[in-house]
Design a binder for this molecule. Structure first.
Ligand SMILES: C[S@@+](CC[C@H](N)C(=O)[O-])C[C@H]1O[C@@H](n2cnc3c(N)ncnc32)[C@H](O)[C@@H]1O
Length: 357
């Protein structure tokens, strides 16, 4: 039975998800994560990624794109004071611990405003602390007050459910990813690219690449991943790309609709890539057979990788370009007068023309 189906055997029924895809095993709920987590049966989740409120919205200022802007992220990010913040962190961490399967693990990201409370709550609850990862931002905004070092890092705590848990870690894959050297606990990642924000901007959106690394390092294909603070849906996007199943919870409809736009576009893109891949695999095997049968009788005369940007309103191609990669294509797209918001999905085609000889 697929793991995502297991959660239907609940003590009290879960609310209807705002998005449910049984094919890709994605369920998105809207509501307070404490209410939803309570309704998920114990020991059912393989991996949790949680990016809770940082509680840093204190009317201070920061620098964004060269401009002085407020640090405030929204009402949900206002600090209720250290004691209430710690009680909240303990409550949701305990709820996450209950739903994790015995060898399950959790990753929590945060800045100094919240991460010490998270670490202390984990110690109080008996999680097994595995690593703390420093995410380094190569291009942080300058510190405007000039009274502190420039804030250039965030911390991710990785912990297993309890001291007995045998957590998953794909050591070899991480070493391969790191050019054959053991991967360190310092991870440089750029913040989300404009392409990742084309459906709208969440103030604390994480880069998909960061989430992909976490999922590839600490879970298996078809594992059930839960994000109790889904925001713009980054964990769900990474889960789709890494073939993990996913449950997301987000309190605010505004962020859920942003997450859903991203998820739907990702699914369309994955589907098209799979279809095209299937076709191209078949075609190349046919070409190979031909090549074998007709030894050296076909000459490659043209090769082309093209990207088609399909509009959200009317499903038609509004821009097409030859490019090396999707990122390269997005860069070229951004140089046009179009906006990323106009695009629902991108189709990539690869064409090879052989001259029969
Ligand atoms: C730090 S952001 C997460 C950002 C996300 N990782 C991303 O990449 O977009 C925290 C999110 O948690 C949501 N949130 C805050 N309190 C919540 C609660 N009690 N239950 C569920 N979601 C909550 C906020 O609306 C916000 O979108």
């Amino acid at each position: 039975m697929p793991k995502s189906a297991d959660i239907s055997a609940t003590r009290s029924p879960l609310p209807k998800p705002v998005f449910n895809d049984d094919i890709h095993h994605i369920k998105i709920f809207q509501g307070d994560c404490l209410d939803i987590l309570e309704k998920i049966p114990a020991d059912t989740i393989d991996l949790i990624f949680a990016d809770p409120p940082y509680f840093l919205s204190n009317d201070g200022i920061t620098c964004h794109a060269g401009r002085m802007v407020s640090v405030n992220k929204g009402q949900w990010d206002r600090s209720p004071g250290p004691d209430k913040m710690h009680s909240f962190n303990r409550a949701w961490l305990a709820a996450c611990q209950r739903v994790l399967q015995p060898d399950g693990a959790i990753w929590v990201s945060g800045t100094s405003h919240v991460i010490h409370s998270v670490g202390f709550a984990m110690q109080q609850l008996g999680f097994k602390l595995l690593n703390d990862i420093t995410w380094v931002k190569p291009n942080p905004p300058p510190n405007l007050s000039c009274r502190y070092f420039t804030h250039a890092t965030e911390t991710l705590i990785w912990a297993a459910k309890n001291k007995k848990s045998k957590h998953t870690f794909h050591y070899r894959l991480m070493k391969e990813t790191n050019a054959g050297k053991q991967m360190k606990s310092v991870w440089p990642f750029y913040p989300p690219s404009p392409g990742e924000k084309r459906f709208g901007k969440h103030p604390t959106q994480k880069p998909v690449a960061l989430l992909e690394r976490i999922l590839l390092a600490a879970s298996n294909s078809h594992d059930l991943v839960l994000d109790p603070f889904l925001g713009s849906g980054t964990a769900a996007i990474a889960a789709i790309r890494a073939s993990r199943f996913v449950i997301g919870i987000e309190a605010f409809p505004e962020w859920n609709s942003l997450a859903l736009s991203r998820i739907v576009a990702e699914l369309v893109f994955v589907q098209i890539s799979v279809d095209l891949c299937g076709v191209s695999v078949d075609r190349s095997s046919v070409a190979e057979t031909h090549a074998r049968n007709r030894t050296l009788v076909a000459k490659l005369v043209q090769q082309e990788r093209k990207f088609y940007f399909v509009g959200a309103n009317q499903r038609e191609v509004i821009y097409s370009v030859e490019a090396e990669s999707l990122d390269d294509a997005w860069q070229k797209f951004r140089a046009t007068t179009h906006s990323g918001k106009e695009i629902l999905f991108v189709i990539k085609t690869e064409t090879e023309i052989y001259l029969a000889q």
